[in-house]
Design a protein around this ligand. Structure first.
Ligand code: NAD
Length: 294
């Protein structure tokens, strides 16, 4: 039976690891949180005493951790010293490109195959096994990584060499952060001009203003029933997560010399939003900041 070590069983990791169990794989789990470990046990995983212990005899090691520092430390202290050399190492966390390349380089210098495989899709897609994975790895290793990721995925795309998955993720999310602000500004202006929100949606969603932020996560309550705006902006993609991704995009832009003025402006606005409203609400709550209600 394929043995998967899963490290980081939070909002995303818990559902992802459960889908590995459903696929008939043995999952050995580790998280610093006792609650997460108890939930993992209920979901049919074997709890490990440490991240290093989880990696022993693993065929696949998957990490789903908050940030680059956590991933670098776990790779150095637990994974590389303990995992078998033929194990596939997969980091699904959203982290900076530099950390992704560093852990992948360190792993391959020790003879491992490693990839960065960040995801698009929130907790519902993690539980439903419908995430989109953007994979950064050597071309010749992609097929095996694809097989390892399948129980958790709707789509698995090879983005390029190591770090390319993270690059794709932060470019996509910078675009998303900017487009959401654009949609919010348009609704606020429409409102001030006396244009009905539903009418504006009906027109823009069939005109050149159409985009995902408008038609899937419409910040104006009503036109898109499943959007978080209908639930007081609860659930969805937390504003704090968007701020984290915009910071990663800015760091990557500074490192590479790219000019991203709208990405910078979006980061400043999300920083203000999180400062005033906290980071827990869906990122479309930006409309309330622009309306002057926060
Ligand atoms: P989370 O905070 O819910 O989970 C992270 C888990 O990692 C926690 O359970 C924590 O205890 C554990 N952890 C931290 N350090 C650890 C260590 N040293 N050893 C073992 N466990 C450790 O976060 P999340 O929402 O699951 O997000 C995880 C990653 O996925 C992040 O990088 C995030 O940016 C990315 N992501 C999240 C979403 C989302 O909608 N939540 C969507 C796409 C990508």
């Amino acid at each position: 039976m394929t043995r998967v070590a899963f490290i980081g069983l939070g909002n995303m990791g818990s559902g992802m690891a459960a889908n590995q169990v459903k696929a008939g794989r043995e999952v050995v789990a580790f998280d610093l949180s006792a609650d997460a470990m108890a939930r993992a046990k209920e979901q049919g995983m074997s709890p490990a005493a440490s991240a290093g212990a989880a990696c022993k005899d693993a065929d696949i090691v998957i990490t789903m951790l908050p940030a680059g520092q956590h991933v670098r430390e776990i790779y150095m202290d637990a994974i590389l010293p303990n995992a078998p050399r033929d194990a596939l190492l997969i980091d699904c966390s959203t982290i900076d490109v530099d950390s992704a390349r560093t852990v992948s380089r360190d792993a391959s210098m020790q003879g491992f195959r490693a990839c960065d495989a960040p995801v698009s899709g929130g907790t519902a897609a993690a539980s439903g096994g419908t995430l989109t994975f953007m994979v950064g790895c050597r071309e010749q290793d992609f097929k095996e990584f694809e097989e390892a990721l399948k129980p958790m995925a709707k789509a698995i795309i090879h983005a390029g060499d190591s770090g390319a998955g993270q690059a794709a993720k932060i470019c996509n999310n910078m675009l998303l952060g900017i487009s959401m602000i654009g949609v919010c500004e348009a609704f606020v202006l429409a409102e001030r001009l006396g244009l009905d929100g539903q009418k504006f949606f009906d027109i823009a969603s069939k005109a050149s203003g159409q985009c995902w932020s408008l038609t899937s996560y419409c910040p104006w309550p009503g036109p898109v029933p499943a959007a978080p705006s209908n639930r007081d902006y609860e659930g969805g993609f937390a504003a704090a997560m968007m701020l984290k991704d915009l910071k990663l995009a800015r760091e990557a832009a500074e490192m590479s010399g790219a000019d991203t003025p709208l990405g910078g402006a979006a980061e400043a606005l999300y920083n203000e939003l999180v400062g005033r409203a906290g980071g827990g609400k869906d990122f479309s709550v930006m409309i309330e900041l622009l309306r002057g209600r926060l």
